[in-house]
Each structure stands twice: as structure tokens, then as C-alpha cells.
Design a protein around this ligand. Structure first.
Ligand SMILES: NC(=O)c1ccc[n+]([C@@H]2O[C@H](COP(=O)([O-])OP(=O)(O)OC[C@H]3O[C@@H](n4cnc5c(N)ncnc54)[C@H](OP(=O)(O)O)[C@@H]3O)[C@@H](O)[C@H]2O)c1
Length: 155
């Protein structure tokens, strides 16, 4: 696209969070090399949609605990994750229907950066994390749909 585009994109958006890092790092690098900014949708997926939070969750909680002690503010894992995006120079497009969470998201601007070692720890945990729905869930859902649709035809 860059070879033929009349106007180079200024910014692109993709799903980005630690658990998709292995798929997106190359795209982010290409964008960065070409002066194109990256923004992320679903940035809080590890916290809001992962069934357990996965391997990055304890790391984010550890970072939040350290920052809480050092700043005297009640820093949470959501904020630690948003700080990871800041360190990665990716702009997260986040949101919430909950006023207290919105305030926490906005308050990230007043928090210090996380360390390079912490960024590396989140990366490492993210690369171990899986975000796929287990096959057994698909099988159970499909079986349920089949029984719901055709159950009345059974003897
Ligand atoms: N995901 C996509 O495919 C996509 C694509 C393009 C644009 N967008 C837009 O991007 C914006 C952000 O949406 P997103 O889903 O991509 O962003 P996200 O930041 O990954 O997730 C936002 C959701 O996370 C939940 N959340 C926030 N803090 C939490 C916490 N501490 N613990 C548990 N859950 C927490 C919020 O739930 P509560 O509301 O209950 O607080 C909110 O619904 C939206 O305006 C969306 O329309 C999304």
C-alpha cells in the first residue's frame, strides 16, 4: 500500500493487547519504521474478557501494587495495562460504562511510566497467554444449537 498510496496513513488501528503480541508485533514495527502511529481497540481484553485474566494478570497486579506504594494513589491492574501501552507507544482506545473505571482510565495521565523490565515481563507473560476459546466450548455450543433447532424432531 505504501508503494502506491498518494497519502501515507497517519495512524492505523488493530486489536492490540499482550495476548495478541505475537501476531501484531511485526505490523507495529512496519508502521513505526514508516512513521505511522498505532492505536489499539480491545486494549483491556486481558482484564475485561479473558476468563481468568491469564498469565499477565499477576504481573499487572504486581506493577499496580508497586505504583500504589510509590505514588500513594490506588493504582489498579487496568491502569498498569494502559501504562504498558504508553511504554509501547500504542494509543489505546478504551472505554467504560462505569464512572469509577472512567476516572481511573483518565488518571493514568498522572501516573509515572512503568520500567523497561516490567514491560518485558508483561510481554513475556502475554506471549504465553492464549486467547482462543477451547474446542470443547465450540462443540458444546454447536451441540446445544443443534438440539434447540432439531430437538423436537427426535423420537
Ligand atoms: N473491540 C472492537 O472490536 C472495537 C473496534 C473498533 C472500535 N471499538 C471501540 O473502542 C472503544 C473501546 O472498546 P473496547 O471493547 O475495544 O475496549 P476495552 O478497553 O478493551 O474494553 C472496554 C470494556 O472493558 C471493561 N472494563 C474496563 N475496565 C475494567 C476493569 N477494571 N475490570 C473489568 N472490566 C473492565 C469495560 O466494562 P464496563 O463498561 O462494564 O466498565 C468496557 O466495556 C469502544 O468505544 C468501542 O466501540 C471497539
Amino acid at each position: 500500500m505504501l508503494k502506491v498510496a498518494k497519502h501515507k496513513p497517519v495512524i492505523h488501528q488493530l486489536e492490540a493487547h499482550p495476548y495478541v503480541l505475537s501476531h501484531i508485533q511485526e505490523v507495529i514495527d512496519i508502521a513505526s519504521e514508516n512513521g505511522i502511529l498505532t492505536s489499539a481497540y480491545a486494549p483491556l481484553a486481558p482484564i475485561s474478557s479473558h476468563p481468568t485474566g491469564g498469565p499477565a494478570k499477576p504481573i499487572l497486579e504486581k506493577i499496580a501494587t508497586r505504583l500504589s506504594k510509590e505514588t500513594g494513589k490506588a493504582v489498579d491492574a487496568q491502569q498498569a495495562l494502559l501504562l504498558w501501552f504508553r511504554a509501547k507507544k500504542i494509543t489505546p482506545v478504551t472505554g467504560s460504562h462505569t464512572a469509577s473505571r472512567m476516572k481511573q482510565q483518565a488518571a493514568v495521565q498522572q501516573l509515572p511510566d512503568i520500567t523497561a523490565a516490567e514491560v518485558a515481563e508483561v510481554d513475556e507473560a502475554g506471549l504465553k497467554g492464549k486467547f482462543a476459546v477451547p474446542l470443547v466450548v465450540y462443540v458444546l455450543v454447536l451441540t446445544g444449537v443443534w438440539v434447540w433447532l432439531f430437538g423436537s424432531l427426535l423420537p
